[in-house]
Design a protein around this ligand. Sequence first.
Ligand SMILES: Cc1ncc(COP(=O)(O)O)c(C=O)c1O
Length: 409
Amino acid sequence: MNYADVLKHLAEQNLYRRLTNVRIIDSSRAIVDGREVILLCSNDYLGLSSDKEVIDYATSELSNISQCSSRLVAGNDPILVELEQRLAEHKAMERALVYPTGYMASLAIAALADEHSIIYSDELNHSSIIDACRLSRASINVFKHNDVAMLEELLASSTSSTATATATVATSTHHSRRIVVTEGVFSMDGDMARLDEIGRLCREYNAMLIVDDAHGDFIYGSNYRGTTEYMNAEDYVDVIISSMSKALGCFGGYIAGSEEVVEYLINRSRTFIYTSSLPALFARAALKALEIIKDGKIAYDGDKNKKILHPQDRLITNAKMLREALAREGFNLKGSTHIIPVLIGDEKVALEFADMLLKHGIFAQAIRYPTVARGSARIRVSVTALHDEDTLKYVADVFSMVGKDLNLI
Ligand SMILES: Cc1ncc(COP(=O)(O)O)c(C=O)c1O
């Protein structure tokens, strides 16, 4: 097939992707086609990306736009080292390592495995994890989404028990390293991994546990350490991957783990070694955003003097309010978190739904195959701490009207 044929085929199947010009005002508002609309697809869940303190701090000592070099050559700005210390403290892990993007941090999983390893991966894991699995050359076992029983079956079937003087130790029959990898909050289904149970299995079967918590980090848990803290699973987790371009409102990715894992990645992770470092500008922004999160205060842009306590609480309250309103209208919703997937099913109808929302001043994306399974297209609604009650009521009303027009409810 040539490129034109592929594009034609995609269009026929309602799977063609188009870029929309969007100028973000803050995480709740944007300019689309020259007019202000309600934004329902930002991952800036706490509204930090437009925070004035963050912007001022990021740009205050700006002497260059970028280090224009790999960390291992001339790119290791001390601000990155400081950020890594703060991120390691945030995660209560020995060390952290910053990557230029969350995608590149996820790809580092490839370095943690090799052709002698076996990786157990949740079927709904993000594409960056799928790509990392492929790059690693490890054997891959995909388990059904959050299916702990299936994961146990897979772990057990590749395990033999070896009696030692003190204990019975589970070891892999064929593989030198076993790795279980899952997201924390699933980006397209908005549910949480059963990390406590998965963690216990990893311990029992002597497998390493890697969690990509791009969407739960800085939100969940009493110290905002993410899904692992919220699920009481921190002791089971060996490596955490996260993004700074979601709730932290900045840019870049990072990995937290042991001293040994981080030193290993510095020496072996191709997406760390062979690319330019995260610009110091973003590292400064992330440091300030992290400080604000730890303080529990966020300044609202647009209402300069308004400070709110615990934006995470506000985010959860907003998500609950909108989830309940949409469920009352009869929509089929997935998950339980601040990511609210409104299931539509048919790809064409999902596109029509998004178009109709935009006509009513709401910008939300129709998510289709291959990001989600065929026939399970959805509108992925992400609420943020900056949406207010009236806006969310309006959103629920418009969803209801469009849902009725399209015979979905
Ligand atoms: C689970 C998960 N991991 C990694 C990434 C990539 O993060 P970034 O946007 O920082 O590259 C995403 C982005 O959506 C994601 O959802």
